[in-house]
Unconditional design. Structure first.
Length: 368
């Protein structure tokens, strides 16, 4: 006797539940529901649009799990598929939106924004407030990474206005507060920035979101670095790394780097070396070229100076197009040499800083 086919609408409802778990960052539930869907697909009535929707969400699911390469491969296949060329506006929106998120994960911020702007044209067809807020949030963080602070602030405010009305999205309320804080920090509005971080930390602790608590401590660490309050920054990064749910994420590696950097700048060389070793081992294991270069750079600047190693580290960051980091680090290197009256190297690295800032301006001109 032939098996009864599962109605595609039943599968569609389950896929919508899956996407909700992804947006809420409830990883265990997302993985569980995906397994249920995989079993249902074998016996589902044929529906090409629903299969396309499944594949799109699978790419987003893999971004949630930091499986960036797999996510990109899925999107590439979807782009080439004939179904994608004749699908509806909603699925085209998801393709553009998720492609933007994938580009962001590769730190290709201009490409990410260009995808988002194309997606924005189709956003009018989306009725779900949370989906719109997700879109605004992702656009806000992309604009922040290319120093477009006022665009970033505008989209972050729109995201926050929605997320704070939904208790289930407290993690996004926290993230929106943090992006507002980061923008205001870069605009030297220190008191306003601190209030956003303080509010974010209170929410994350009250609701009980360990990963978000770690993120806020990390952001507060950056805040204190900018204020040259290195002891407070050190405490914040250590607090972040005490939280397992945060320490084992990609952001945890960033916290190890920032802590190492702060310890070196504070003259705590032995402790800095301990964290350097942890960070290098992890960056090597994860194949992270960016943080291998950054760990190597701070080590050679503050501990084992080597001109060619310093140059190679900066070259790596330049080749990756990480001009914000290059500008910040070359300024620091220039100031480091200025303290020892090394005029030649001071001028050399300050020129590199100016060049990096020029590249940031050129990046914004590439926006379509």
């Amino acid at each position: 006797m032939a098996k009864t086919k599962i109605a595609y609408q039943e599968v569609a409802n389950k896929i919508n539940q899956w996407y909700t778990m992804i947006k809420k960052r409830e990883i265990e539930n997302a993985v569980k529901i995906k397994e249920e869907i995989n079993n249902m697909l074998e016996d589902m009535e044929e529906n090409q649009n629903l299969l396309l929707y499944y594949n799109l969400l699978d790419s987003r699911h893999k971004l949630l799990l930091d499986m960036f390469k797999s996510s990109g491969s899925i999107l590439e296949k979807i782009q080439k598929s004939p179904e994608m060329q004749k699908t509806d506006d909603m699925l085209q929106y998801y393709f553009l939106f998720f492609s933007g998120q994938y580009m962001f994960s590769k730190k290709k911020y201009i490409e990410a924004i260009n995808y988002y702007k194309l997606a924005e044209d189709k956003l009018v067809k989306i009725e779900d407030e949370i989906e719109k807020a997700e879109f605004y949030y992702h656009l806000a963080i992309s604009y922040y990474h290319i120093d477009q602070y006022f665009f970033s602030l505008a989209y972050a405010e729109k995201a926050l206005a929605v997320f704070r009305e939904y208790d289930d999205y407290a993690h996004r309320t926290v993230s929106s507060e943090m992006i507002l804080g980061a923008n205001k920090l870069d605009l030297f509005r220190y008191e306003a920035a601190y209030k956003h971080y303080e509010h974010a930390l209170n929410i994350a602790k009250t609701v009980g979101i360990p990963n978000s608590v770690g993120k806020v401590y990390h952001n507060l660490g950056i805040f204190y670095i900018r204020r040259n309050m290195l002891s407070e920054a050190e405490d914040c990064f250590k607090n972040a790394l005490l939280i397992d749910e945060y320490a084992h994420t990609y952001n945890g590696l960033k916290a190890i780097y920032n802590l190492t950097h702060v310890l070196y700048k504070s003259g705590h060389i032995e402790e800095a070396r301990e964290w350097l070793k942890k960070g290098l081992n992890r960056a090597e294991k994860e194949g992270d070229k960016e943080y291998l270069a950054k760990f190597t750079l701070v080590n050679t600047l503050y501990d084992e100076y080597n001109e060619s190693v310093l140059a190679d580290s900066l070259d790596t960051l330049e080749q990756m197009g990480l001009w914000n980091d290059v500008a910040e680090l070359t300024l620091e290197v220039g100031c480091y040499f200025k303290k020892s009256d090394d005029i030649t190297n001071t001028a050399k690295f300050l020129e590199k800083c100016i060049h990096a800032r020029d590249q940031i301006l050129k990046m914004t001109e590439e926006l379509k």
